[in-house]
Design a protein around this ligand. Structure first.
Ligand code: SF4
Length: 385
């Protein structure tokens, strides 16, 4: 009697796999290739490989192997170097495959406790700080607070420096830090920095449309008169804003810029057309296995960042509750509050409808747009209205 072989079915360890309801996604982190399936038998086999006791290898009977859909899936898997089958008779024992399976719900508490518990560790997580300054800012106290922070932070200085009489004191202090310092202001408030403050400073100039031509020309003259790197951020809330921005970019030969969509409360159509993600957008982002893990663990927009307002109040994200004040709390207390009670650093895409979506961990972390618009998914995949 002819021997009918059964097979061991495996997925390669560099393949990220997710199954939601009856939809499976396999993503090859080496080249971005994907395979999707909604076929019951294939979902069943993939679920089998994820069973802890199966150690990443499922038994595929010959009958299963011969099924047209399953066979086609295995061919695609092999073509894309994402998995394989081997005849059971060719191995002495059941093989073992290490799957990069990340059980976030179990790991989350552990992650917090292990990685954030010591004061030393928590300061290592901080890497960017935004300082909103105005005439009411106590620059001396602010510098005292900054002196307690790691020296390698990126600093964003936000505000109209013309209105901050002793900003030079702050800049002198920051000038001693070798890390990047970005000056964020409107084109209407650009001032020329004294040459002594040019150590690793750069401008990030926001431009709201339509521009005030006189002030725009003045800003361009000021920026041209000094050597600091400049990036323009065009704030756009409509198609027309995009076109006007593109005209300015061309006319002034601006090579470093970005367009920042602004939600006004009544331009959801613009957002659906220009900002909401399609499946092609989502799958076109190259992802490493580390990226998948990072998106399950932390919010990549907010993690490691804090903002200090002119009155000393500190936030991880200005849309979320206050963490403390630099005049009454030290940095350890502030960061611990974020990790223990905060809503920003660990805000991941774990709410419906994303929690039921197979693209959950490929999609970018939730941004401030989700908060402003009041929905947890900005995509064309699962439309909620
Ligand atoms: S529902 Fe959420 S996870 Fe799914 S594609 Fe949309 S935004 Fe991404």
């Amino acid at each position: 009697m002819k021997n009918i072989p059964d097979y061991w079915f495996t997925i390669e360890p560099y393949v990220f796999m997710d199954i939601k309801n009856k939809h499976a996604l396999l993503y090859n982190t080496l080249d971005g290739a994907t395979i999707e399936s909604t076929h019951d038998d294939i979902i069943g086999i993939l679920r089998e490989t994820l069973q802890e006791e199966n150690c990443g290898v499922a038994l595929l009977t010959n009958e299963q192997y011969q099924q047209r859909e399953v066979n086609r899936f295995i061919c695609e898997l092999r073509e894309k170097f994402m998995g394989d089958v081997i005849e059971v008779s060719l191995s002495n024992a059941k093989p073992v495959q290490i799957l990069p399976f990340y059980n976030y719900s179990k790991e989350q508490e552990l992650y917090k406790k292990n990685n954030f518990s010591s004061y030393k560790n928590i300061l290592e997580k901080l890497f960017e700080i935004s300082l909103h300054i105005d005439a009411t800012t106590n620059i001396t106290e602010l510098i005292h607070f900054l002196a307690t922070l790691p020296k390698n932070l990126t600093f964003n200085i936000v505000g109209n420096l013309e209105k901050v009489p002793n900003y030079g004191e702050l800049f002198s202090y920051l000038d001693h830090c070798s890390s990047p310092k970005n000056l964020l202001c409107s084109y209407k408030n650009v001032i020329a920095l004294q040459p002594i403050f040019e150590n690793n400073f750069s401008y990030q100039i926001s431009v709201s449309i339509p521009i005030d031509v006189e002030r725009w020309n003045h800003a361009m003259e000021t920026l041209l008169s000094q050597t600091l790197p400049v990036e323009f951020v065009f704030e756009v809330s409509s198609e027309d804003d995009i076109q006007q921005s593109e005209r300015l970019i061309e006319q002034y030969q601006i090579d470093k810029y970005k367009l920042k969509p602004i939600y006004t409360g009544n331009n959801i159509r613009f957002f659906k057309e220009e900002v909401f993600l399609s499946k092609e957008d989502i799958l076109s982002t190259p992802m490493t296995m580390k990226d998948f893990f990072a998106r399950q663990a932390v919010n990549l927009y907010d993690f490691g960042k804090i903002t200090i307002l002119p009155n000393g109040d500190v936030y991880a994200n200005l849309n979320h509750p206050l963490l403390g004040n630099i005049y009454t709390n030290n940095i350890h207390e502030i960061l611990h509050k974020e990790v223990e009670e905060g809503k920003s650093w660990l805000r991941v895409r774990d709410q419906a409808p994303c929690s039921d979506c197979v693209y959950q961990w490929i999609c970018p972390s939730p941004s401030n747009y989700e908060i402003a618009i009041g929905r947890s998914n900005l995509c064309h995949i699962k439309m909620t209205e």
